[in-house]
Design a protein around this ligand. Structure first.
Ligand SMILES: Nc1ncnc2c1ncn2[C@@H]1O[C@H](COP(=O)(O)OP(=O)(O)OP(=O)(O)O)[C@@H](O)[C@H]1O
Ligand SMILES: [Mg+2]
Length: 250
C-alpha cells in the first residue's frame, strides 16, 4: 500500500449520476473520480447546477450513484451497506453544515447542540458539557440561551458548525456554508474552518466564491457534471487576480 492509500478517507471512483425527470434521463454527474485524504481542506467549486450538491449527497450516503463506487474508510458505501447502516455511518463519521441551518425552533442554541449528541447516544450531563465546550470553540458561549433564529446569519452558521463538530466526526462536509453571509462573517467562518483543519479535521466544502480558495489546501473545479481541474496551489490562486487578492488579504 502506498502512503496515499493509507491516508485516503474517501475515494470517489468513476461516479456518474442520472436523474429520471419527466420520462427523460438527465445526467448530472459524469465519471467523477477523486480522493480525499486525511487532513485535507478540499474546496469543490463550479457554476450553479454543475452537480456539487449532488456529489456531496452521494458522499453523505444519501443518494446512490447510478454507476461507480464510493469507498469511505475502505468500505464501499452503496455496495456493502444498507440504508440503516449508511445512516449509522454518517452519524458516526460525518458532520454537516448547510447553507441554511435547520434548527429545532423551540430549543435554545445549547439544546439544539445537546440534541445532536443525544441522537448519538451521549448521556444528558455529558452532552451539556460537550455542547458548552464546542460553543466556546466557536466563540459563541454567551449566546447559549438564545433561540438560534434570534441570531444573525453569521452567528447561526458558527452554531451550525459547532453542532456539526460536537460529535467529533472524522470529516466535516459543508455545502455553501458562507452563501448567505456578508464578507466579514464569511471570513470569520472560514477562519474557524481553517483552525479546525489545522487541528486535524478533514474538511470538504462547496462554494461559488473563489475568494475562499486560499483557505483550502486543495481545490477542485467542476463544470457540467465533470471534474475539469484540480487547482495547483489554491493558497496562491488569487495572486494573479489583484482585485480578489486585495479583499482576501485586507
Ligand atoms: N433529485 C433530483 N431530481 C432531478 N434533478 C436533480 C435532482 N437533484 C439535482 N438535480 C439536478 O441536477 C443538477 C445539479 O444540481 P446540484 O444541486 O447538484 O447543483 P449545484 O452545483 O449544487 O448548484 P448550486 O450551486 O446552485 O447549489 C441540476 O440541474 C438539478 O436540477
Ligand atoms: Mg448546491
Amino acid at each position: 500500500m502506498t502512503t496515499n492509500e493509507t491516508q485516503a478517507v474517501i475515494k470517489v471512483q468513476n461516479i456518474s449520476k442520472t436523474f429520471h425527470v419527466k420520462s427523460q434521463d438527465v445526467q448530472v454527474l459524469s465519471n467523477i473520480s477523486l480522493t480525499v485524504n486525511k487532513g485535507d481542506f478540499l474546496i469543490l467549486f463550479g457554476h450553479s447546477g454543475c452537480g456539487k450538491s449532488t456529489l456531496l449527497h452521494i458522499l453523505l450516503g444519501l443518494e446512490p450513484p447510478s454507476t461507480g463506487k464510493l469507498i469511505f474508510f475502505g468500505k464501499s458505501l452503496y455496495e456493502n451497506m444498507d440504508e440503516d447502516e449508511r445512516t449509522e455511518f454518517r452519524k458516526t463519521h460525518i458532520g454537516m453544515v448547510y447553507q441554511q441551518p435547520n434548527w429545532i425552533k423551540s430549543l435554545s442554541v445549547l439544546d439544539n447542540i445537546v440534541f445532536a449528541l443525544r441522537l448519538n447516544g451521549i448521556k444528558a450531563n455529558e452532552a451539556v458539557q460537550k455542547a458548552n465546550s464546542v460553543l466556546r470553540t466557536v466563540g459563541m458561549e454567551e449566546w447559549s440561551d438564545y433561540v438560534p433564529t434570534e441570531l444573525s446569519s453569521g452567528q447561526q452558521q458558527k452554531i451550525a458548525l459547532a453542532r456539526a463538530i460536537v460529535t467529533n466526526p472524522d470529516i466535516l462536509i459543508a455545502d455553501e456554508p458562507t452563501g448567505n453571509l456578508d464578507f466579514e462573517s464569511g471570513q470569520d467562518l472560514m477562519n474557524l474552518l481553517s483552525k479546525l483543519n489545522k487541528e486535524g479535521k478533514t474538511i470538504i466544502m462547496v462554494t461559488h466564491d473563489l475568494e475562499y480558495l486560499p483557505f483550502a489546501n486543495r481545490a477542485i473545479q467542476m463544470f457540467n457534471g465533470k471534474v475539469i481541474q484540480e487547482v495547483e496551489d489554491p493558497k496562491t490562486f488569487v495572486k494573479t487576480e489583484n482585485k480578489l487578492l486585495k479583499r482576501v488579504t485586507s
